[in-house]
Ligand binder design. Structure first.
Ligand SMILES: NC(=O)c1ccc[n+]([C@@H]2O[C@H](COP(=O)([O-])OP(=O)(O)OC[C@H]3O[C@@H](n4cnc5c(N)ncnc54)[C@H](OP(=O)(O)O)[C@@H]3O)[C@@H](O)[C@H]2O)c1
Length: 391
């Protein structure tokens, strides 16, 4: 029986995780659930899964959840505030953490779980992008195991012996990208794109932030940086190919000419189930792949001109030091501004570029406090650059 803490349980990955967990009641017990402020959904989850703790970062929402569970006679203890997210992640009762909070808000809990030597099911790619070295050294010190949830990195992990890319014979990793909703769109169409259009992903059903990142292809850029840290390869041995069907989830190329790929229907419950049960395999509820029905698998080069965010992420990976953290912070502000209709779709890349230029070369944070300080500085600069954009 594995005791699971699921942070971001009300989000797309969190709900997918609970769906898989519900299929295996004899294997997994939910120790704690955590989110930001969706108290009604978290209450439903508590009533169904009876965790020991439920945490909401937002204190007022935590109070509402407490009252609701008390009225329902649910014994789950409700905690409020960001610190409580960290506490349940490092608690001795937590065997494994599903780190599925979106954005930089997920960093501290992931690091705490790393230091406490947990099995970390890492969906929150932002932890690695903003604090790659700090996070990995916390994992080494604490003896934590990281299992990637991003479907691409999960695929690579499955195609590598022992999940490691530092052995002989590995030439490169190729991440697949769907191309998002604007794969064939002109620059003019993309400039006019609304949040609804940007979030309407052709293959995957995801949260709004990652959906916009898929539309700009920043998501693939963040994933390149994530792959660099997870698998230890330089940017020159990490490539992206656009594959609109999202059936091949990524590939590893070997020096003998072999290319190993992992295929499956685009449903995050496959990587979630893989990471939950690793090294075993369990039912995920995902329908088997019917290749004859799919018929065609296509591949094409990404267009760096129409998707400048992918180029910015390549550049940030090449520059190293603080650049990925700055880019991540700028992008979170830019995506927020786009979702609230403050800037247009093409304003996202423009804002990211201006923040990278304004911040200049900065060293990476040497510890969590250093990373958070660089993140905060970058957000300040991003907000001041945003203020210059005409309303
Ligand atoms: N969805 C996918 O298919 C997918 C695939 C690969 C990787 N990922 C990664 O997985 C992560 C989650 O993505 P998602 O699509 O599941 O996002 P989502 O649907 O937007 O859900 C985000 C979750 O994070 C919680 N949250 C947000 N801010 C928080 C804060 N300050 N403190 C505590 N909790 C907070 C939300 O709580 P509330 O509901 O209360 O706001 C929600 O539970 C992201 O890092 C994403 O890049 C997602």
């Amino acid at each position: 029986m594995m005791n699971l803490t699921i942070l971001g349980s009300t989000g797309s990955i969190g709900r997918g995780t609970l769906d898989v967990v519900a299929r295996h009641p004899a294997r997994y017990r939910v120790h704690a659930l955590g989110a930001n402020r969706q108290h009604e959904m978290l209450a439903e989850q508590c009533l169904r899964f009876s965790p020991r703790y439920a945490v909401l970062a937002d204190l007022a929402a935590a109070e509402l959840l407490r009252a609701r569970l008390r009225d329902a006679g649910c014994p789950t203890e409700v905690l409020g505030g960001e610190r409580a997210l960290v506490e349940v992640s490092e608690a001795p009762e937590t065997d494994a953490l599903m780190a599925a909070i979106v954005g930089a808000a997920g960093l501290e809990a992931a690091i705490a779980a790393a230091r406490a030597g947990k099995r970390i099911l890492l969906a929150n790619k932002e932890s690695l992008v903003m604090a790659g070295d700090v996070f990995l050294s916390a994992c080494r010190d604490g003896g934590a195991t990281v299992l990637p949830i991003d479907s691409e990195h999960n695929a690579v992990f499955q195609c590598l012996p022992g999940g490691r890319a530092d052995g002989p014979g590995i030439r490169r990793i190729v991440l697949t990208a769907s191309g998002g909703p604007f794969r064939r769109a002109s620059r003019e169409t993309m400039a006019r794109a609304t949040p609804e259009q940007a979030c309407a992903h052709p293959n995957w059903s995801m949260g709004r932030k990652i959906s916009v990142d898929s539309a700009t292809m920043m998501n693939k850029g963040l994933e390149l940086i994530e792959a660099h840290y997870l698998f230890g390869l330089p940017g020159s041995r990490l490539d992206v190919v656009v594959h609109p069907q999202s059936i091949v989830h990524s590939m590893v190329e070997y020096t003998d000419g072999s290319m190993l790929a992992q295929l499956g229907n685009p449903d995050m419950r496959t990587p979630i189930a893989y990471a939950l049960a690793y090294p075993e395999r369990i039912d995920s509820g995902v329908a088997p792949l019917d290749l004859a029905m799919i018929g065609r698998l296509e591949f094409e080069e990404p267009d760096m001109d129409r998707f400048p965010c992918l180029r910015l992420a390549h550049d940030a990976l090449r520059a190293g030091a603080g650049a990925p953290c700055i880019l991540n912070a700028a992008n979170e502000i830019a995506v927020d501004a786009f979702l609230s209709r403050r800037i247009g779709f093409d304003g996202i890349a423009a804002l990211n570029e201006r923040v990278l230029q304004a911040m200049g070369a900065r060293p990476a944070g040497a510890d969590v406090a250093g990373v958070l300080a660089l993140d905060a500085d970058s957000r300040r600069v991003a907000l001041s650059e945003l203020a210059k954009v005409p309303a």
